[in-house]
Design a protein around this ligand. Structure first.
Ligand SMILES: C[S@@+](CC[C@H](N)C(=O)[O-])C[C@H]1O[C@@H](n2cnc3c(N)ncnc32)[C@H](O)[C@@H]1O
Length: 286
C-alpha cells in the first residue's frame, strides 16, 4: 500500500484479486471515492472476493478473466487508465489447501492443477498421460529447475504404461522414488519442483505473465504505479526484465522504483510462512 498510495479519486486494478485481501486494503485506503476493478481466472476465488468486497458496493467491479487478455478485457469494459495495478502471482492459500484442486502433494486429490476449471485447458493428469517423454522432461527442467528431470520423467513414463497417473500423492511418491534419497532437498518436499513445473505448464503461467504485464504498462495513467509480487525465480525474472526494458525504451515508459526486490521481514515469514519466497517489484509510468 505504501507504494501503490491509493487515493480517493483513483481507479485501481487488481489483476489477481484472489479472495480479495489486497483489493479490500486498496478500497479501505482509497475511501470514500476510490474504485477497484478486479479479475481472477478462478471462479471460486472470485466468489469469495465478491462476498468480502460486497460492503464497498459500486466502487468495485469484478470479472472472471485471465490477465493475459487484460488489454481486451479493459477495452471491452471501458476500464483504465489506472492509477495503480497489482499482480500478486501464484496461488491463493485456499487453492493450495483444497485437495480437489490437485495443487498439493500432502493431501491426496485428482491431478488437476487448472486455475480455471471452466476453461478448455488440459489437466496435469491429461498432460502426463499424453505428452512425449522429452516434453515432460523439458517442463520439469525449465519450469521446475529440477536437476533430476530425466529420472523423474523416466519413472513417470514407466508408470503410465502400467496404470493411469491420476492422483497427487501417487505422483509425489513416484518423484520420491526417482530422486536418490541423499539428493532430497532439505527445506522443501522432494516433489515441490515437479508440482511447480506442472502447474506452470497446465496454466501457461509464464506466457500469461509476459502478456499481462505488457498490457498493464499500457493501461497505467501517467504517474500510475505497477506492483508485481512473484513467488519463484522464473516469475521474478519476467517481472524484472519487463520493468527494465520499459525503463530503457526510447522514450522510457516506466521508472523502476525497486532497485532490488522488496522481500518479507523475518516477522512476516514467521507469521505467514507462505510469504517466505515473495518478491515485490514496482515501477511508475512516465
Ligand atoms: C496469490 S493469489 C492472490 C491473492 C490476493 N492478492 C488476495 O489478497 O486474496 C493469486 C491469484 O491469482 C489468480 N491468477 C493466477 N494467474 C492468473 C491469470 N493469468 N489471470 C487471472 N488470475 C490469475 C489465481 O487464481 C489466484 O487466485
Amino acid at each position: 500500500m505504501a507504494i501503490l498510495r491509493p487515493q480517493s479519486d483513483g481507479c485501481y486494478l487488481d489483476a489477481t484479486v484472489g479472495t480479495g485481501g489486497h483489493a479490500e486494503a486498496i478500497l479501505l485506503e482509497s475511501g470514500p471515492g476510490g474504485r477497484l476493478c478486479g479479475i481472477d481466472r478462478d471462479v471460486e476465488a472470485l466468489a469469495l472476493a465478491r462476498d468480502r468486497l460486497r460492503p464497498f458496493g459500486d466502487r468495485v467491479q469484478l470479472l472472471h478473466g485471465d490477465f493475459s487478455m487484460l488489454g481486451s478485457i479493459a477495452a471491452e469494459n471501458g476500464w483504465g487508465p489506472f492509477a495503480g495495478i497489482l499482480f500478486d502471482l501464484g496461488l491463493s492459500s485456499f487453492q493450495l489447501s483444497e485437495p480437489s484442486r490437485g495443487f498439493s502433494f500432502s493431501r491426496d486429490g485428482p491431478l488437476d492443477m487448472r486455475m480455471d476449471r471452466r476453461g478448455a485447458g488440459k489437466t496435469a493428469a491429461e498432460k502426463l498421460a499424453k505428452l512425449p517423454e522429452r516434453e515432460i522432461a523439458r517442463i520439469l527442467r525449465e519450469y521446475g529447475e529440477e536437476r533430476f528431470a530425466g529420472r523423474i520423467t523416466a519413472r513417470i513414463v514407466a508408470e503410465r504404461r502400467q496404470r493411469p497417473l491420476i492422483s497427487t500423492v501417487h505422483l509425489a511418491r513416484l518423484v520420491a522414488e526417482a530422486v536418490p534419497r541423499r539428493a532430497w532437498p532439505r527445506r522443501i518436499h522432494v516433489a515441490t519442483r515437479t508440482f511447480q513445473a506442472l502447474r506452470i505448464a497446465v496454466n501457461d503461467e509464464l506466457q500469461s505473465l509476459t502478456r499481462g504485464l505488457r498490457d498493464a504498462v499500457s493501461l497505467l495513467a501517467p504517474a500510475g504505479r505497477l506492483c508485481v509480487i512473484s513467488f519463484h525465480s522464473l516469475e521474478d525474472r519476467i517481472a524484472k526484465e519487463t520493468l527494465r526494458s520499459c525503463a530503457r525504451s526510447e522514450p522510457p515508459r516506466l521508472r523502476v522504483l525497486t532497485k532490488r526486490p522488496i522481500v518479507p521481514t523475518r516477522g512476516e515469514t514467521v507469521a505467514n510462512p507462505r510469504a517466505r519466497s515473495a518478491k515485490l517489484r514496482a515501477a511508475e509510468r512516465l
